[in-house]
Design a protein around this ligand. Structure first.
Ligand SMILES: O=C(O)CCC(=O)C(=O)O
Length: 314
């Protein structure tokens, strides 16, 4: 009896393996077949302690961002810091102020030589549990960035809406922002204008020259209700999630303490990532590499015919 159960389990495991093999993607080329890991894994486990309450969800709706009560374990934050140290060492030719796609091992749009570990950090089951509450069960990861804000001369990120550049239709993106260091009022915290996401409109932005900025397209001043702006003061371990339409910024870091943050861009898999439009945007903003972004289905199913082959060089 026991042995037949064991045998049945083994058969199931084998079948599950075959299903996973065919569900994940086998890329066909003319002369060889390469197994690539996309979707990397469908992190469909739930972490019940991470669930946002109805009041927290309401707060997110009202303000446009949320800091959940669930925190990353400090050991994981230490691991992220170690990985960041290694990333900086591997890419010592690049500016740490903004490093795009640290999860791409062969260099994303900025040529950053990253590692898979960032995909694991980005798709932590607790963070995915919260993300599902905010943008639904089907989720694609389409970008990561590290804003390094090094001490003394960490660049500012001027007022902007994330969605200004994004080739995503309909536009809907959730940003997960994970500080690797404690954020203080002095070391360049993000600042949000509460409720500025509510019109679900992208406001006008204009180019502002300057090498002291991580981005140069800046939201025009008539849209900025600066009196009500709120800083995001959180410890390493905490995280925030923000809406694609919210107007936000962060000032320069002139202190002696670094304020690095790992940023993850997630979209509902009911939206379409338009790589062709991304290429066009890329003609004006080449460093963003929107035409070649690899997509990773990290929860549920794709509902919009997205392309999971483009950009997967790894
Ligand atoms: O980390 C920062 O200072 C800026 C981050 C940001 O603007 C974003 O994640 O959208």
């Amino acid at each position: 009896m026991i042995s037949s159960v064991v045998r049945a389990e083994k058969t199931c495991n084998f079948l599950a393996f075959i299903i996973i093999l065919f569900n994940t993607s086998v890329v066909k080329t003319t002369h060889l077949r390469i197994l690539v890991v996309y979707p990397i894994s469908k992190k469909d486990e739930e972490v019940s302690e991470a669930f946002l309450s109805a009041a927290e969800l309401n707060n997110y709706e009202e303000k446009g961002w949320i800091v959940p009560k669930w925190e990353f374990p400090q050991e994981l934050i230490s691991e992220m810091r170690e990985e960041y140290k290694a990333l900086l060492e591997r890419n010592s030719n690049l500016s740490p102020d903004i490093m795009m796609a640290p999860h791409q091992t062969q260099g994303g749009s900025m040529g950053v030589i990253g590692s898979d570990k960032w995909l694991d950090f980005a798709t932590h089951p607790a963070a995915m549990t919260i993300a599902r509450q905010l943008i639904g069960p089907d989720i694609i990861l389409w970008g990561t960035t590290i804003f390094g804000k090094p001490p003394q001369n960490g660049k500012e990120t001027p007022w902007h809406q994330d969605g200004f550049y994004y080739p995503i239709k309909p536009l809907d993106v959730l940003t997960l922002w994970i500080p690797l260091d404690d954020v203080t009022p002095e070391n360049g915290p993000m600042k949000f204008i509460p409720g500025s996401h509510k019109t679900r409109k992208i406001f006008s932005h204009s180019w502002q020259e300057g090498k002291d900025k991580t981005i140069n397209m800046v939201c025009d001043s008539e849209h900025l209700d600066l009196v009500n702006a709120e800083p995001l003061i959180i410890r390493a371990g905490q995280m925030s999630f923000h809406d694609v339409y919210i107007i936000h910024s962060s000032q320069a870091n002139l202190t002696h303490r670094r304020r690095a943050a790992f940023v993850v861009r997630l979209m509902p898999a009911s939206s379409f990532y338009d790589h062709k439009l991304g290429l066009e945007i890329g003609r004006k903003h080449p460093l963003q590499g929107y035409g070649e972004r690899p997509l990773y289905l990290v929860s549920g199913d794709d509902k919009a015919g997205n392309n999971f082959e483009i950009g997967h060089l790894n």
